[in-house]
Ligand binder design. Structure first.
Ligand SMILES: Nc1ncnc2c1ncn2[C@@H]1O[C@H](COP(=O)(O)OP(=O)(O)OP(=O)(O)O)[C@@H](O)[C@H]1O
Ligand SMILES: [Mg+2]
Length: 471
């Protein structure tokens, strides 16, 4: 921890001096002032994290000093020093913003206890701020990549909805298309972004637990309810509740949820009082909710209530033109993470990425790039760092280690006319391809353009295969 600065505002010379000496010996950087006004000047000048202030000061009372300091920097920890027995003043000081008070005369042990408390609080505040900032950093619209018409339109729409504070949103789309990402971006774009974003996966909890998580319960609502507990809707008041995999909730929870959406009031389990909540609900699913409605597994009224604003995220195969941009973005991201310095991706590798169908959508692309960045040793991502199912797209088989039988080809080394007969012992397709490419190269006297024409493949594909088969 860096050296903390402490300001002492105290007109009694002896107290000021001894406290100053003690704190300096403990490693703090100490400043002091004899009056309230001087104290405020010193505060502005040095911006200490901690202030000790007396109550009875020349020119300005301690309470006023506290208020002024707090208005300059709300985070400052203030210790109020007061004469023994004046508990009322201590209470007013705490109300004005002091975090601790100490009765005069005090011992250095007491000072140490108080400083211990303050340091702990400062550390927690820092951590919370850091977490908030980190979370915010990863979830703005700046982190949603895509310039295809499909995605641009969705991003614009989402930004618009983000400005309304409590509009319910239904996010649809296959797994890995970015539902989670959009939910967060919408929350952090809106004015409620200082309030909590809570997320719950409806399929991960048994129904009874899901209800108590969402709505909370009163003491005695069921055997284990030893104490009252707030539910997520209450905790997130003013913010957003993200209900992931909404298609999984059962009928009883569906009714309760509908009630929340219609009346903006929740009832804890075992409770009777309605508690008003002001929240935005974002629900998501990769299931066909309409079908669930038709099959009577999902309430129609709830479905229509949720889909007031429906956003369907496209599968990656429907916006393949975003692949280069996304790839660049993930390369940069993993460069940073793994301290690599990959500047670009080879054209043939991008072509392969564009050919692939991406059943796992952007999540899968992200994972593929992560793996490739780890594996690549040059400064350009090459196709051979892509996983097998993508790398072998153009010939549809996996590389294996079987050697081609040397005697399979006829002596003049041309391909057998008509249908190829697989010999008794089988043959390796890998070996066959390798042989054919070798022949094409021989025939064209190593002219790759000619060889690729003979094989009716692109030069890039040929080069890639030459590299793969180490020809
Ligand atoms: N447009 C995008 N730009 C950048 N990254 C994206 C984009 N869309 C998705 N991602 C990334 O892809 C991964 C998967 O996205 P996300 O978790 O939001 O998907 P999901 O739709 O919630 O999937 P599931 O249905 O499996 O929960 C995340 O790492 C996310 O950051
Ligand atoms: Mg998700």
């Amino acid at each position: 921890m860096k050296q903390l600065k402490i300001l002492i505002i105290e007109d009694e010379k002896l107290i000021r001096w001894s406290l100053e000496k003690h704190l300096s010996s403990k490693g703090y950087k100490v400043f002091s002032a004899e009056s309230g006004e001087e104290g405020l000047r010193e505060f502005e000048l040095h911006q200490p994290e901690i202030v000790f202030t007396d109550n009875k000061l020349p020119q300005m009372q301690g309470l006023e000093v506290i208020r002024k300091i707090k208005s300059m920097d709300e985070e400052t920890a203030i210790v109020f020093m007061t004469a023994f027995g004046s508990i009322d003043t201590a209470v007013s000081a705490m109300k004005a913003g002091a975090s601790e008070y100490i009765n005069k005369p005090f011992s250095f042990e007491e000072v140490e206890v108080i400083l211990g408390n303050i340091k702990q609080k400062l550390a927690i505040t820092k951590e919370v701020q850091l977490l908030r900032r980190q979370q915010k950093e990863t979830v703005t619209f700046d982190h949603i990549i895509g310039e295809s018409a499909a995605l641009r339109q969705i991003i614009q729409l989402s930004k618009k909805i983000a400005r309304t504070q409590t509009t319910t949103i239904l996010l649809l789309g296959e797994s890995g298309t970015g539902k989670d990402l959009f939910a967060r971006a919408i929350h952090y774009e809106g004015s409620q972004n200082t309030r909590p974003f809570v997320t719950i996966n409806c399929s991960s909890l048994p129904e009874s637990l899901l209800e108590s998580e969402l709505f909370g319960y009163e003491k005695g609502a069921f055997t284990d309810a030893k104490q009252q507990k707030k539910g997520l809707f209450e905790i997130a008041d003013g913010g957003t509740v993200f209900l992931d995999e909404i298609g999984e909730i059962n009928m009883s929870t569906q009714i309760k949820l509908l009630n929340v959406l219609e009346n903006r009031v929740i009832r804890r389990l075992g409770g009777t009082a309605g508690i008003p909540v002001e929240i935005r609900i974002i629900a998501a699913t990769n299931k066909d909710l309409k079908k669930a409605v038709d099959e009577k597994l999902f309430r129609e009224d709830l479905y229509y209530r949720l889909k007031v604003f429906q956003i369907t995220l496209p599968a990656l195969r429907e916006h393949k033109d975003d692949i280069p941009l996304l790839t660049d973005y993930f390369i940069k991201y993993y460069n940073n993470q793994f301290k690599k310095n990959i500047s670009s991706i080879h054209k043939s590798a991008i072509e392969l990425l564009k050919k692939y169908d991406w059943p796992g959508n952007i999540r899968e692309l992200r994972n593929v790039i992560e793996r490739a960045v780890i594996l690549e040793t040059t400064s350009v991502l090459q196709a051979d760092c892509l996983p097998g199912e993508i790398m072998h797209l153009d010939h549809g088989f996996e590389v294996d280690a079987i050697e081609v039988p040397k005697n399979y080809f006829s002596s003049d080394n041309t391909l057998p006319p008509g249908e190829i007969e697989i010999p008794e012992g089988g043959l390796s397709l890998f070996g066959l391809e390798k042989q054919v490419i070798k022949q094409a190269l021989d025939k064209s006297e190593n002219n790759q353009t000619k060889a690729s024409k003979l094989l009716r493949i692109s030069r890039d594909t040929l080069r890639y295969k030459i590299k793969k088969y180490r020809l």
